[in-house]
Design a protein. Structure first.
Length: 255
């Protein structure tokens, strides 16, 4: 199988060597790693490559035209690699990018595996609130605040994209990251998206308030300013999710 390096990294040559020996990418992914997520145009597996535990995410091309764009580094895989590199350089916690390859079926992104669980998984697996959720919310707020202080917005700041690893929170799924000025609408959408999950999962008010308070402390912004900016995109997100899934949980902003 032909493989072309789009973004070089520690695992590129090892991956290219392995892929050269197979003619069935899907089969190779299934044999090489443990399936974590399967969606319409993407597949994520956890694998060990050349002694490194990593996530391999395949972004399948929808058409010959999109495949050509992928070949010239225009893809979510490349955006995710570049965003991780920029955020780490700016001191924002993000997975280490290990390589990005073009393949006939799409683009393959390799990032270092994380030793932790995402926020949604932690919450749903802890119904008795045995974990220190005040501390967890503070760590999440510190991570989002660091991203915003660095001049970026995540673009999909849902709980599944916040991973607790040790004593810090790591942002994942970074292909939607964009430059954003301080207190911009894009940054407000990040807070709104986080809030939507908090509402749907019935997060207690005191835990949510710990998140907002810490975010304000870390960014030097006023509570009223942060929540006022987030409420407009939050209302839109609420309507969209209510239409798709039905109403769930309780409101935390505008209460």
């Amino acid at each position: 199988m032909n493989a072309r390096i789009l973004r070089d990294g520690p695992l590129c040559e090892a991956l290219r060597s392995e892929l050269a020996a197979t003619d069935n990418l899907r089969h190779w992914l299934g044999e090489r790693g443990r399936l974590l997520k399967q969606e319409n145009r993407s597949t994520v597996v956890l694998a060990d490559i050349h002694g490194r535990s990593c996530y391999l995410k395949l972004f399948a091309s929808k058409s010959r035209w999109q495949g050509l764009l992928f070949r010239f580094s225009i893809s979510r895989a490349v955006r995710g690699f570049d965003a991780a590199a920029r955020l780490r350089e700016a001191g924002v916690a993000a997975p280490e990018p290990l390589g990005c390859l073009w393949l006939e079926e799409g683009a393959l992104l390799a990032t270092a595996a994380l030793d932790g669980a995402d926020l949604k998984t932690l919450w749903t697996g802890d119904p008795g609130h045995a974990l220190d959720w005040f501390s967890i919310m503070q760590r999440c707020a510190q991570s989002v605040a660091a991203l915003h202080r660095a001049g970026y917005a995540h673009g999909d700041c849902k709980w599944a994209n916040l991973v607790l690893e040790g004593d810090h929170c790591v942002l994942v799924d970074l292909d939607g990251v964009s430059r954003a000025s301080r207190a911009s609408k894009r940054q407000a959408v990040d807070i709104a998206r986080f809030t939507l999950n908090a509402e749907e999962l019935s997060l207690p008010v005191e835990y949510y308030d710990a998140f907002v308070e810490t975010y304000c402390q870390e960014t030097g912004r006023d509570w009223a300013d942060v929540t006022r900016a987030a409420i407009a995109p939050l209302v839109t997100l609420r309507k969209r999710h209510a239409h798709k899934y039905g109403r769930r949980g309780h409101e935390l902003l505008g209460r």
